[in-house]
Design a protein. Structure first.
Lengths: 97, 402
């Protein structure tokens, strides 16, 4: 399993092969499209996912979202880490160094 | 508006059966017993219209299937049209007729994902199941091309008596090939698989062991693979929520343009299917008799009608109800509450001790030779590396009664 926790902030998450983020006009929603799966990216989730480009670190994504939502960094960090950990476990996001 | 009408959901997926032509002849093929002929196939422009209409209805993913979709010489244009419509584009292929160069062009056109069938772990046995010498070795090479290009790969393995002991090795093979996902799909006994049931059906003990194995494999490969299981239902207590409910989530367009709620729906007599040649896809989804027939729960009888699970499994599979209970409105006999449940179990037990270990291949004479006009081996020879070459003329028995 990918390590989630200490050091996770330094990893550079990216969408797994065959996974892409799509705006669906018919549902007015951001959707993560994956092999035999569709997952709605609710609320700020798409702002996290569109930054999973294999270049930004988790820490950088947290910084950007804290500015975007004018929110406490620790709260954002908890939310981002939880969501990415779930997507890494589902093999929709790959966590690379 | 009729207040009692079930809510019309937006479909998520479209299965586009581009052709029924296929070089392989797998004995569990999901194509109908009466295959549609090449001369009846929709053209590129028609498929493009279908994809754009589907996207406007809310379809997110298109599964380009067959037969073998690579038998279409316009596959590149079809993929381009699907992507132009904004659809997530999945190619379901045996790989025969697709070389590395054509695959690379498909990727450049925007193909999102490749699903490759693998019949077994060893070439001799795998080729016997596929009814095609040399298929397995080509598939292994093709899988490596897919992964080398950085394309996402799913390996699909249909599980039956001949390979059920190899589930662990099949998953290991998929991991070694670099797949990100594996489908361990127990054969579903409709059409060709029903015809070959006595050669395909495993024992209950084998089935339960194979299902347990998948649980263990999921833990073992959690950092590498998504493993999806299509559960066997002949020994089940509850039926599968077939298609996620009739006419709820997906549509299937046949090579000639008939629109079905599921790929086996044509086995149900009396259903009226509409064609994309005559109607808009949204009209077919909302109004065609075949889609209305079992949508929602109003059509149900007991034990489904009052069942707590009616919105979980939707009464199971209509085609299986027809095949075993003799009426598509019955509960799926996979359900322990069905009066035909023991009949289903008996059929499975008869099949596993059945006399026949020989497969009846589609498009072949009973002696195992290819039918005279179906020299399907030409598909690869004429199209591999030369996508613009004219496709081979393959005559497969035309649809009876149409």
């Amino acid at each position: 399993m990918a390590e989630i926790g200490a050091g996770f902030g330094d990893t550079r998450p990216r969408l797994a092969p065959g996974v892409r983020l799509h705006f669906d006009k018919t549902r007015n929603a951001w959707i993560l499209l994956a092999p035999e799966r569709v997952i709605e990216a609710e609320g700020p989730a798409h702002e996290i996912l569109r930054r999973c480009d294999g270049k930004r670190t988790v820490a950088q994504i947290v910084d950007e979202l804290a500015i975007l939502y004018v929110a406490d960094r620790a709260v954002i960090e908890g939310d981002v880490t939880e969501m990415l950990a779930d997507l890494v476990a589902k093999r929709l996001v790959l966590s690379t160094q | 508006m009729n207040d009692a009408a079930p809510p019309l959901l937006r479909p998520l997926g479209l299965l586009a059966e581009l052709t029924h032509r296929c070089p392989l002849a797998c004995p569990y093929c999901s194509n109908p017993l009466e295959l549609e002929s090449r001369s009846d196939e929709l053209d590129t422009a028609c498929w493009s219209r279908v994809f754009h209409e589907a996207a406007e209805m809310g379809v997110l993913q298109v599964h380009l299937s067959g037969g073998e979709p690579a038998a279409r010489r316009d596959l590149l244009e079809i993929v381009a049209a699907a992507r132009d419509a904004g659809l997530y584009t999945n190619l379901i292929t045996s790989s025969v007729g697709l070389d590395a160069e054509r695959l690379a062009r498909l990727q450049q056109t925007g193909l999102d994902h490749v699903q490759l069938s693998i019949q077994d772990i060893e070439a001799g046995q795998a080729d016997r199941i596929a009814g095609y010498d040399g298929a397995h070795v080509r598939k292994l090479a093709f899988a490596r091309h897919v992964v080398d290009l950085g394309l996402a790969l799913t390996v699909n393995t249909v599980i039956h008596r001949a390979n059920i002991a190899n589930v662990t090795a099949l998953v290991a093979l998929a991991a070694e090939l670099g797949a990100g996902r594996v489908e361990v799909a127990h054969a579903q006994y409709h059409g060709w698989a029903l015809r070959n049931m006595s050669a395909l059906m495993p024992t209950a003990a084998q089935v339960f062991r194979a299902v347990d194995e998948v649980e263990r494999l999921r833990a073992q490969y959690a950092d590498r693979l998504v493993i999806d299981l299509v559960v066997p239902d002949y020994y089940a207590t509850h039926p599968k929520p077939c298609m996620g409910g009739w006419a709820r989530r997906s549509l299937n367009v046949t090579p000639s343009g008939r629109v079905l709620p599921c790929h086996a729906a044509e086995t149900i007599p009396g259903l009226e299917f509409w064609s994309v040649r005559d109607n808009a896809l949204s009209e077919i989804w909302s109004r065609s008799p075949a889609f209305q027939a079992f949508r929602g729960t109003d059509w149900m009888r007991e034990p489904c009608r009052s069942c707590d699970r009616r919105e979980l499994d939707f009464g199971g599979c209509r085609c299986q109800a027809l095949a075993i209970a003799g009426d598509a409105r019955q509960a799926d006999p996979a359900c322990s509450l069905s009066p035909y449940h023991s009949r289903m179990r008996e059929l499975a037990e008869q099949a596993q001790t059945g006399a026949s270990a020989e497969y009846r291949y589609r498009g072949r004479r009973q002696d195992g030779q290819r039918a005279a006009v179906s020299s399907i081996g030409l598909v690869e020879g004429q199209t591999a590396g030369h996508p613009a070459a004219p496709p081979p003329r393959l005559a497969i028995s035309p649809r009876a009664g149409s």
